[in-house]
Design a protein around this ligand. Structure first.
Ligand SMILES: C[S@@+](CC[C@H](N)C(=O)[O-])C[C@H]1O[C@@H](n2cnc3c(N)ncnc32)[C@H](O)[C@@H]1O
Length: 409
């Protein structure tokens, strides 16, 4: 039995340095080689990649008994298949794998996110989705896409989704749905999508999904992560759809759970590095900034999250970190280890750590972070809150199961 980590060394996977799609073909092949109807999408290009670049025989990999020594291997007896579009670092993937799903295709453009993804799932995602022919994606049960909140204007005049949405990333989702007709899809986006362009953007999206693609799409729902097991006030829009072949005419989004969590539940219990503590100079800047804004009547600025409170949404850029300052008095050595202005504050004020951000999104602690803090904040801030996704996806899976037996037993 060979370990994935050994193969990884053999072919020198490095998503940050090398962007060759061959790595995506080859790792997708390794995950799916037992299933001919899936592996046929990957085997030819994987073979060429190995033979051309490593002068090795491909058949040795075809026959291989392989153990994925990674934090999140796929479930032993998968019950359904899914694809992970705009995969980021795999928030959707964890939720779907927890429900017994097997991922058979992933795509993500950012090389640092790819690095984190490969590290945890043993698969290099394909790159830019706009360059991927929908015919080259295997048939799957559920399409998942937390697509970027890229603001786009949709003309809304011309006919058909091709003309109306071309040039947007939603168009790429739509063309894949059209070609592959998955049993269901699960799309996620920022809450602001609802009101973008006076509601016209969402209206067009729904029109494409319902009228052009003929999916049953119940009214999208705004779901707040804090109601589903994490102490983070994060509202997102969820859009679910079912293929018309299933004859589903009713779907209920999950109701908020009674049990609420608080920041303390996910707070680091061990001493945290001094690098996360604010310098006195930076703290002064934050206080002044907040005062300036509150004089103008704005609620902007930094915010201290107490142990018994719920965190603000973690976001990329902006005030994502500053709106989630916490008090942690466990620090005893105040000597800075990074270049700072002034000295380390003595009030115990610090930023949340990347691990705390991971927990706010429901990532289990066995999720490994192989990138810098700056990349990690970006990746977790961009990700989905896993528990909210999982509870909703479970309803989707159950709904389909009432109608049919999944193709993959
Ligand atoms: C909102 S994030 C989704 C994160 C993901 N759901 C997760 O749990 O980590 C959107 C992702 O889409 C990726 N992306 C943007 N444009 C893309 C493209 N053309 N092809 C593939 N991925 C793209 C971004 O790099 C980003 O990671």
């Amino acid at each position: 039995m060979k370990k994935y980590s050994e193969i990884k060394k053999e072919i020198r996977i490095n998503t940050v340095k090398k962007t060759n799609e061959g790595y995506a073909y080859f790792t997708h092949f390794l995950h799916n080689k037992k299933e001919e109807k899936i592996s046929k999408y990957y085997s030819l290009r994987a073979k060429k990649f190995i033979e051309n670049n490593f002068k090795q025989s491909f058949s040795k990999y075809e026959k291989l008994k392989l153990r994925f020594d990674i934090p999140f291997p796929e479930p032993k007896n998968p019950k359904f298949t899914f694809i992970d579009l705009f995969a980021g670092i795999g928030g959707f993937r964890i939720a779907m794998q927890n429900l017994g799903g097997k991922c058979i295709f992933s795509s993500e453009i950012n090389r640092f996110s790819k690095k984190t993804y490969e590290h945890n799932f043993g698969e290099v995602p394909f790159g830019d989705i706009t360059k991927i022919n929908e015919k080259n994606i295997p048939e799957h049960d559920i399409l998942c896409a937390g697509f970027p909140c890229q603001a786009f204007s949709i003309a809304g005049k011309r006919k058909g989704f091709k003309d109306e949405t071309r040039g947007t990333l939603f168009y790429d989702i739509a063309r894949i749905i059209k070609e592959k007709n998955p049993k269901a899809f699960f799309l996620e986006n920022v809450k602001g999508l609802r009101n973008h362009d006076k509601g016209r953007t969402l209206k067009t999206i729904l029109k494409v999904l319902r009228e052009d693609l003929k999916y049953y799409v119940p009214e999208p729902q705004i779901i707040n992560a804090k109601n589903f097991g994490v102490p983070q006030n994060r509202e997102r829009i969820f859009i679910i759809g079912f293929s018309k072949d299933l004859n589903i005419a009713e779907f209920k989004y999950p109701k908020p759970l009674k049990k609420k969590t608080k920041f303390y539940d996910i707070k680091e219990k061990n001493k945290v590095s001094v690098k996360y503590y604010l310098s006195t100079v930076y703290l002064q800047t934050l206080i002044k900034h907040k005062e300036r804004h509150s004089r103008k009547g704005n609620g902007f600025g930094f915010k201290i999250i107490r142990d018994n409170q719920c965190a603000n949404a973690i976001v990329v850029g902006g005030m994502g970190k500053e709106r989630n300052i916490v008090i942690d008095s466990s620090l005893t050595n105040f000597t800075p280890i990074t270049k700072i202005k002034g000295e380390v504050n003595r009030k115990g004020l610090r930023r949340m750590t990347p691990r705390e951000w991971a927990r706010l999104q429901g990532f289990p602690d066995k999720y490994e972070i192989p990138v810098s803090d700056a990349q990690a904040y970006k990746q977790f801030g961009n990700s989905v809150a896993i528990p909210a996704i999982q509870i909703t996806a479970e309803k989707v899976v159950n709904k389909i199961r009432q109608k049919i037996i999944f193709s993959k037993k």
